[in-house]
Design a protein around this ligand. Sequence first.
Ligand code: AMP
Ligand code: MN
Ligand code: MN
Length: 330
Amino acid sequence: MNRDFLSIVGELNLAKRVLVVGHIMPDGDDISSVLSATIGLQKLGKEAIAGIDWKIPWYFYEFEETSLIKRYEEVKESGFSPDFVLILDASSPDRIGKFQEFLGNVPSAVIDHHGTNTFFGTFNWVDTKFGSTAQMVLRLNGELGVQYDERLATINLMGIATDTGFFRYTNADEIVFSDATKLVSMGGKPYLISRLFENKRIEQFKLLSTMIEHLRTENDGKIVYSYLSKNDYEKNNCTEDDSGGFVGELRSIQGIELAIFFSEYERGEIHVSFRSRDWFDCSKLAVLLGGGGHPRAAGCTLRGELSVIIEEVIREAKIMYSSQYSSVKS
Ligand code: AMP
Ligand code: MN
Ligand code: MN
């Protein structure tokens, strides 16, 4: 058993007031992990508060428990004074936004599955063998003796499902399936999770069509990229939340290896998502640009004029594509 895992269990057994923190621009794994840990700790009679320093995309409110998650300002105003901070699915301190302020005052634990993790907690249980952080929370809750019901099992399963692209990506391995089986046997309902994706607004289809109009290729069609500007979102009556999954559409194009999607979520602030199919290590490119992630899915956030950023990132991507190609294919 991992030593940090056991230390975290020991600390949480003693803790009374726990702040459970997720990352900015939260995804399904993050929301699932934060909610599963918070609900688990509450079931054990502890005061636990869930915090994410970002607006939660509207479709996650399909799960009513999502409204447990508080913004930084709400946590501050409530006067909550944690005696332990539990950080989930975040690879570096900047990923938790303003909640960084709580670090240093009280002991903290980082539970994460990113190879790019910087071990910024007092305790760090980081293991890239897991397809999702939600699986690590399942183990944590198990060791703490949390009793699962249908709701908790479904919410916990949601993170495994979303981070593996509903069991389609290369990280969907035997551990993923056995953890999913365990959660389904405890009452988890996959069909409730699929509603997250089968619930699209008509405006999102129009936004997708704008992204497709902007599609470009490089390196004989091996690199594909597209973008949405702040204006594109506004024109389609959408926000950046509405393009969740668009980069997956780019990756699904036949013959490509690397897909890149630029999303200008605030004027001059651009989130870049990288996805690859077989061999390109996206996390190396993301780290070079100040971000992080996994080999097949990574991202970074850059500031500046959208067209300039696109040009710079594509230039770096092409250089790294060639150098990785020669080492992988030699
Ligand atoms: P995304 O493209 O935003 O869906 O992110 C893909 C993966 O990269 C996820 O595992 C994220 O946690 C990670 N990631 C995205 N943006 C960043 C960033 N700015 N810094 C570190 N990791 C990131
Ligand atoms: Mn995440
Ligand atoms: Mn994750």
